[in-house]
Design a protein around this ligand. Structure first.
Ligand code: HEM
Length: 443
């Protein structure tokens, strides 16, 4: 199940935001093959982005020519170049034939900009924005966002060495001279990410092109006198990294919880049947009419938040937290897991009780429920995540076949309408630690 959910989230992001293609599960062997290559590139990128580079700790090894990570990155970059150049060419060829009512993806937007400013928006520039590391024009450097820094630090360092810092500064300076952004400075990286994601969630940022604005926000960083490592992989890899496993993992936990609590599954199905009926599948516009489904999502995120410690934050000035003096520049972790499981805040915190969120709008309950973090660095993808979660879980719940499940599910003492005896093995099988995919393939 996790594999299928992961491919689904990649499909959503690639199709809506990046390439316009649905790589997985579409019965098109050519696209499947392309998707497989894309996945391999992504997997390798994630592994290398988080890899330690021994030369960072013992620079002498780099001087002696020990460059394992650098060499791997160069090879990976070649693969990514080939993949995305092919994609750019395919999309360039199909330009003019696409549906005019369809929102443009990132690459399509960039190809339009290429027409008006070909010397600036070269193919290499487009590739760099999408995924590769070779054009450092988007690198701004300095006190970076924790996620971005954490994810790319090692590989960035290796690339810094390959590039030479002065060259980068020139590139950044050129950008600064090219323009600034009128967006409020408080928004920072969050705003940039929000703009990117807004392609999908439909927020209108106006102006002359989404991507233009996204880029301006990066320039704004520089004009603001800040430096930040935001290499171009931040644009896409961070989105894919931050958005795919988190959403897929939440779907998997939700399914596990529902199968272990069939009475909740039944109530969610009843809600969907009542609101939508049996003649059509639910769609995005139904989501606000399904509060119990939203409660299930919130309760899943409370019990199993994908970012239990959020991401590391840094105090920008001296402050006091819980009576402790925290000097400026201290790394702070928020133990969201402990807050979500605190018996002082929750009645029976270890129990799955979606009803506890009845009446709550959205996914935030003060500082009690904060699966997407809080403040100006909170997750910019929450709107997208909640929609994908709602649509996916809602569809599965709507289509859940109790008769077939009944062949397996017997002895569900808690479950209305189900007959008894085989519940215990089912519950054991439902536990993701035991392996969900077998169970779900049987269902
Ligand atoms: C169930 C799904 C998701 C959960 C639970 C989640 C949770 C989080 C959390 C806890 C943070 C750190 C916030 C903080 O420290 O205050 C975060 C950051 C982030 N998330 Fe999500 N996220 C999800 C889905 C997504 C999606 C779908 C995207 C994008 C398509 C995304 C993009 C990001 C980005 C770019 C950041 C870094 C923001 C920054 O550093 O300013 N996330 N997310």
């Amino acid at each position: 199940m996790k594999f299928a959910f992961y491919e689904l989230t990649l499909n959503v992001m690639m199709r809506n935001m990046i390439s316009g293609k649905r790589y997985f599960g579409g019965n098109n062997p050519e696209l499947e093959e392309e998707g497989k290559r894309f996945r391999e590139i992504l997997d390798e990128t994630f592994v290398l982005a988080g890899a330690s580079n021994i030369g960072d700790y013992l620079p002498v090894l780099s001087w002696l020519g020990v460059k394992g990570l650098e060499n791997k990155l160069i090879k990976l970059q070649e693969k990514r170049d080939v993949f995305f150049q092919r994609l750019i060419e395919q999309l360039r060829k199909s330009k003019g034939t696409e549906d005019v009512n369809k929102r443009k993806t990132m690459i399509e937007q960039l190809l339009s900009l290429q027409e008006s400013e070909p010397e600036y928006y070269t193919d290499a520039m487009i590739r760099s924005i999408v995924l590769t590391y070779d054009e450092p024009w988007l690198w701004v450097y300095g006190d970076g966002g924790s996620v971005v820094m954490g994810k790319v630090r090692n590989s960035s360092r290796a690339m810094f060495r390959m590039m030479g810092k002065s060259e980068q500064w020139v590139v950044v300076k050129t950008l600064v001279e090219k323009g600034g952004c009128e967006t409020d400075g408080g928004c920072e990286l969050w705003m940039m990410m929000m703009i990117i994601i807004s392609v999908d969630v439909g927020v209108d940022v106006g102006g002359d092109g989404m991507w233009c604005h996204a880029m301006m926000v990066v320039w704004f960083y520089c004009t603001n006198g800040r430096w930040m490592v935001m290499d171009n992989s931040g644009m896409v890899v961070v989105l894919l990294a931050a958005g795919s496993d988190t959403t897929a993992g939440t779907m998997e936990w939700a399914m596990s919880l529902l199968l272990n609590h069939p009475q909740v599954l039944k109530m969610a199905q009843d809600e969907i049947d009542m609101v939508i009926g049996n003649n059509r599948l639910l769609d995005g516009s139904d989501m606000p009419k399904l509060p119990y489904l939203q409660c299930i999502i919130n309760e899943t995120l409370r019990l199993f938040p994908p970012g239990p410690l959020l991401v590391p934050h840094e105090s920008s000035s001296d402050c006091v937290v819980g009576g402790y003096n925290i000097p400026r520049g201290t790394m702070l972790l928020v133990n969201q897991w402990a807050i979500h499981h605190d018996p002082k805040l929750w009645d029976d915190p270890e129990t799955f009780k979606p009803e506890r969120f009845e009446g709550l709008e959205g996914t935030h309950d003060g500082f009690k429920l904060l699966p997407f973090g809080s403040g100006r660095r909170r997750c910019p993808g929450d709107g997208l995540a909640v929609r994908v979660l709602g649509m996916t879980l809602g569809s599965i719940i709507q289509c859940f076949d109790w008769e077939r499940a009944n062949e397996e599910l017997v002895d569900m003492t808690e479950s209305p309408g189900l007959t008894m005896p085989k519940a215990v093995p089912l519950v054991a099988k439902c536990n993701p630690r035991v392996g969900m995919s077998k169970l779900l393939s049987e269902l």
